[in-house]
Design a protein around this ligand. Structure first.
Ligand code: ADP
Ligand code: ZN
Length: 757
C-alpha cells in the first residue's frame, strides 16, 4: 500500500522519481521515472501524461522522491503546459480535503483545478474556436443546414470548433463557407474573454467609515500586516457580524486595500455569484484605478469554458490580485495570499453536494491557516457553527450593529394567521393587514417584495372522484401543479405529468389542488390588485441567465410594483424604493425534518426583512405565520441574533447536534430496497466492530432517509455524531476501502452535512 499523503516537497538532492495521482478513480498514486529530457521540468503540481496499462492518461505530480518501493518504473511521457498548474500549497489543501471529507485524492485534485484549465492540452492556444459574428444586415441566403449550424453557433456565441462539429455533425468545410459569408469567425483562441466586458465601470473612492466599520477595518488590517497578530503562528479568523445594510462590503473593500498594500492578494467568496452582478461591479470599480489598481478575476459556474480558462490564468500570472467567486474560488491560485473573505458565510450553497462534499467556508479557514492569511467571515445572521467558534475563542468577533447610513431597521409585524383563518373560515393567502399595506404602497408609488419559499401553483393534490394523490413515480414526494405549464411536476427529479388524475382507471381532469406556491400568489395578486404590475421571480421564470438581470433591472427602474419570489429575492438586493416586505407563510420551513429548520427560518426571515427600508422611507415587514410564537419568528422580529443563538444552542446541546457535536451522514442508495436496508444494517455493524471509534460516538439509524426514494433510488441513512470528527473521517475512509457492498448499492459519506434529506 502506498502512502497517499506523502509529504510534498522534501528537499531531495536529485529526485528522479515522480509520484503521480492519475485522473482516474483508483484511490491511489503511482510512481514514474523522470526521463533525462524532462529533468528540471517536473515539479510538485506539474501536470503530466503517463503510460498506464496500455493507455496514456493524465495526472498530477504530487511528490518528487528518490526511491520507490516498486521496481520497473515506466517513464513520464510528457509534461503539460508550461507552468505547473497546482501550487504545492493548493496541493496540500487538496490532500487535507481528501482526508477530512473522506474522498479519493484524485477527486479532490480535480476539484481544485477548474475543468477548463485541467483539460488544457499542450498548445491549447492553438485550439480553434468558432465565434458567431454580430450581423447587422439580414442574413444572406442560407441552406437549411447552414442556418441550423449558424443557430447552434449563435446560441453559444463562442465555442471550440471541435465541439460545434460534433454537435451539428458538420464538417470544417461547411463552417468555412459560413466564415466566407462573414457570419462566423474561426480562429485560434488567443484573445482574452472578459465576461464583464459589456459593463462600463466608474471608479469609486473609499467611503468615510463610521466608528464600527473603522474599528473592524483597523483590526483586520492590523492582523494582515506582516508584524501583526499571528506573525509567528497563524493569522486570526474574524467573524464580522453586521446587520443587513451595515456596510460590510465597504469593510471588505478597505481590508482588501490593506492586503494589496502589503503586496498580497485576496479571495472574496460570495454565494451564487451569477445572481449578484452588483457585487462584482463594486469590487471592480474600487480597484480599477489608483495606486492599488489590479484586475479583478471572477470565477463561477455560469462562465463559458474559455472565460473560466482566461480568468484562472489572469490569477495564476498575478495580473489579477483579487478574485471574486462562488464556492470553488476558494482554490484560486492567488499567491501570495493575504486575505480570504467569505460573505454571507451562513449560506448553504457553500457546501458542495457531491464528492468532495466540502464546505467552502471551512476550506477557507483551513487555507488561511496553511498560507498564513487572514480570514473574514461576514454575515447578518452568522451560522451557529461560526458563532460557537467565537464563543470558544477560536474566531474573533467584529460587530456592525447599525445600518451604515443611519437608516432605521424596519418594523416587523407578526400576523397570527390562525385568527385570520378563524375569521374567514379558511386560511386566506393575504391577511387583511397585508392587503391594506400593499394597497398603501400602490397608492404611494412605493414598491413591495412578497416572499414565499415554494414555487409552482399548488401542492398536494387529490382526485375528488377516486381519492388518488398524485405522487411522483420515481420519488417519495407529491407532485406540484404548475398552472402556466399546465403540468404536474416533481421538484426532485423533474418528472412531468399531465394534470389529470394519474389513476389509469379514473383520469379525472378535475383534480383538487391545495396549498400555495409563488405562481398562485402571483395570480391572486392579479385579481386583488388589477392595477398593480406584478412580476414573479423563481427558477421557473428564470430560463436564461439574462432573465435575472432583466427582472431586477425592471424592478429597479420602477417598471414593477410588486415582486413575488422564492429565496432568490431574499438576499443582498438593495432597492431604496422597497418599503414593504411581506412573508406569506413564515412557518413553511419550520416543520422540515431537519434540526436546522429553526436556524434556517430565522436566517431567512432576517434576510428578507433586511430588504425593506433601504431608502429614505422607513420599511415595514409583515410576517404571516401559523406559529407566531415560535422562537425563530420572535427573535427575527426583534433582530436579536444572540438571543436566538442562546436558546437554539440549548436545544443543540441537549440533542448533541452541531455545533455541540459534529455529524457524519452515511447515505446508502439502490433500486432494491431490501438490499439497501440490509447493506445499511451491515454497515452499522462494521462501524460498531471497528476498533478506535471515538468514545463519544452516537449512531442513529439505519432508517429510511426523510426523502425515502428519489429518482427511483431507495435511500437509507445512518447518522454518526461525535466531537472528534477528524478521527471519525479517518476511520470511515479506512473502512470504505475494505467494505464490500452489493454492486447495485452505493454509499456516500457526508462530513458536516448541510442537507439531511
Ligand atoms: P451590507 O452588505 O452590510 O448589507 P452594504 O455594504 O450593502 O451593507 O451597505 C449598505 C449601504 O450603505 C450601501 O449603499 C453602501 O454604499 C452604504 N454605506 C456603507 N458604508 C457607508 C459609509 N461609511 N458611509 C455611507 N454609506 C455607507
Ligand atoms: Zn420525482
Amino acid at each position: 500500500m502506498i502512502c497517499l499523503f506523502y509529504f510534498a516537497s522534501l528537499p531531495f538532492a536529485n529526485p528522479v522519481i515522480a509520484r503521480v495521482t492519475l485522473e482516474m478513480a483508483l484511490g491511489k498514486e503511482f510512481d514514474y521515472l523522470i526521463p533525462a529530457e524532462l529533468e528540471g521540468g517536473v515539479e510538485v503540481g506539474t501536470r503530466v501524461k503517463v503510460p498506464f496499462a496500455n493507455r496514456q492518461v493524465l495526472g498530477c505530480v504530487t511528490a518528487l522522491i528518490e526511491t520507490s518501493p516498486h521496481a520497473d518504473l515506466r517513464p513520464i511521457l510528457k509534461t503539460i503546459g508550461r507552468q505547473s498548474h497546482v501550487t504545492p500549497r493548493i496541493l496540500e489543501l487538496a490532500r487535507w480535503m481528501a482526508e477530512y471529507y473522506c474522498c479519493p485524492p484524485e477527486i479532490a485534485l480535480k476539484t481544485v483545478l477548474p475543468e477548463a484549465v485541467r483539460r488544457e492540452k499542450e498548445g491549447w492556444r492553438e485550439q480553434l474556436f468558432v465565434r458567431a459574428l454580430p450581423s447587422h444586415q439580414p442574413d444572406p441566403k442560407l441552406s437549411n443546414r447552414q442556418a441550423e449550424i449558424l443557430a447552434a453557433a449563435r446560441a453559444r456565441k463562442e465555442l471550440p470548433l471541435q465541439e460545434l462539429l460534433r454537435q451539428t455533425h458538420s464538417t470544417t468545410q461547411t463552417l468555412r463557407r459560413l466564415e466566407d459569408k462573414g457570419l462566423l469567425l474561426i480562429a485560434p483562441q488567443i484573445s482574452e474573454r472578459d465576461p464583464y466586458a459589456r459593463d462600463t465601470i466608474l471608479p469609486t473612492q473609499a467611503l468615510t467609515l463610521n466608528d464600527a466599520q473603522k474599528h473592524a477595518v483597523e483590526e483586520i488590517a492590523r492582523a494582515e500586516s506582516p508584524a501583526g497578530a499571528g506573525a509567528e503562528k497563524s493569522k486570526p479568523v474574524f467573524l464580522l457580524h453586521g446587520v443587513t445594510g451595515s456596510g460590510k462590503t465597504e469593510v471588505y473593500l478597505q481590508a482588501i486595500a490593506a492586503a494589496l498594500q502589503n503586496g498580497k492578494g485576496a479571495i472574496v467568496l460570495v454565494p451564487e455569484i451569477s445572481l449578484t452582478p452588483q457585487t462584482v461591479e463594486r469590487f471592480k470599480a474600487r480597484f480599477s484605478s489608483g495606486p492599488l489598481q489590479t484586475l479583478v478575476a471572477v470565477l463561477h459556474s455560469h462562465l463559458s469554458t474559455g472565460e473560466r480558462h482566461d480568468e484562472w490564468h489572469k490569477i495564476r500570472q498575478g495580473r489579477a490580485r483579487i478574485v471574486i467567486g462562488a464556492r470553488s474560488a476558494v482554490f484560486a491560485p492567488v499567491d501570495p495570499l493575504g486575505l480570504i473573505i467569505v460573505d454571507e458565510e451562513h449560506e448553504y450553497s457553500y457546501k458542495q453536494e457531491e464528492a468532495p462534499r466540502y464546505h467552502a467556508r471551512d476550506v477557507a479557514v483551513v487555507r488561511g491557516r496553511m498560507e498564513n492569511a487572514v480570514v473574514v467571515l461576514g454575515s447578518a445572521t452568522p451560522s451557529m457553527e461560526s458563532f460557537f467558534n467565537v464563543q470558544k475563542g477560536k474566531y474573533r468577533l467584529l460587530e456592525l450593529p447599525l445600518r451604515a447610513d443611519d437608516k432605521k431597521m424596519p418594523v416587523v409585524r407578526i400576523i397570527d394567521m390562525r385568527r385570520a383563518a378563524r375569521r374567514e373560515k379558511a386560511a386566506p393567502m393575504f391577511s387583511q393587514e397585508l392587503k391594506e399595506a400593499i394597497l398603501k404602497r400602490l397608492d404611494r408609488k412605493e414598491q413591495a417584495l412578497l416572499f414565499l419559499n415554494r414555487r409552482g401553483f399548488a401542492t398536494s393534490l387529490q382526485c375528488p372522484l377516486c381519492g388518488y394523490v398524485a405522487q411522483c413515480p420515481n420519488c417519495s414526494l407529491a407532485l406540484t401543479y404548475h398552472r402556466q405549464a399546465g403540468k404536474l411536476r416533481c421538484h426532485i427529479c423533474g418528472h412531468d405529468a399531465p394534470s389529470v388524475c394519474p389513476d389509469p382507471k379514473c383520469r379525472n381532469p378535475a383534480i383538487r389542488f391545495a396549498g400555495i406556491g409563488t405562481e398562485k400568489v402571483e395570480a391572486t395578486l392579479g385579481k386583488l390588485f388589477p392595477q398593480a404590475r406584478v412580476q414573479r421571480m423563481d427558477s421557473d421564470t428564470l430560463k436564461r441567465k439574462e432573465d435575472y438581470r432583466r427582472i431586477l433591472g425592471d424592478f429597479r427602474t420602477g417598471k414593477i410594483d410588486i415582486l413575488v419570489g422564492t429565496q432568490m429575492i431574499a438576499k443582498g438586493l438593495h432597492f431604496p424604493n422597497v418599503t414593504l416586505v411581506g412573508i406569506i407563510y413564515a412557518d413553511l420551513g419550520l416543520h422540515m425534518p431537519d434540526f436546522r429548520a429553526g436556524e434556517r427560518t430565522f436566517q431567512l426571515l432576517t434576510q428578507v426583512s433586511g430588504r425593506a427600508g433601504r431608502g429614505d422611507v422607513e420599511g415595514e415587514v409583515f410576517v404571516q405565520a401559523f406559529t407566531p410564537f415560535h422562537p425563530a419568528i420572535q427573535y427575527a422580529r426583534r433582530h436579536d441574533f444572540t438571543g436566538f443563538y442562546e436558546q437554539e444552542m440549548e436545544f443543540r446541546r441537549q440533542l448533541k447536534y452541531p455545533p455541540a457535536s459534529r455529524i457524519a451522514l452515511l447515505l446508502l442508495k439502490g433500486r432494491n430496497e431490501e438490499k439497501v436496508s440490509f447493506s445499511a444494517a451491515h454497515l452499522k455493524q462494521e462501524i460498531q466492530r471497528t476498533a478506535g471509534t471515538p468514545p463519544d460516538l452516537t449512531i442513529s439509524g439505519p432508517a429510511p432517509a426523510p426523502l425515502a426514494r428519489a429518482e427511483t433510488y431507495y435511500r437509507y441513512q445512518i447518522m454518526l455524531r461525535t466531537r472528534h470528527i477528524s478521527k471519525l473521517s479517518l476511520l470511515l475512509a479506512g473502512m470504505m476501502k475494505e467494505l464490500k457492498l452489493p454492486d447495485d448499492v452505493s454509499l456516500s459519506v457526508d462530513i458536516d452535512p448541510v442537507n439531511l434529506m
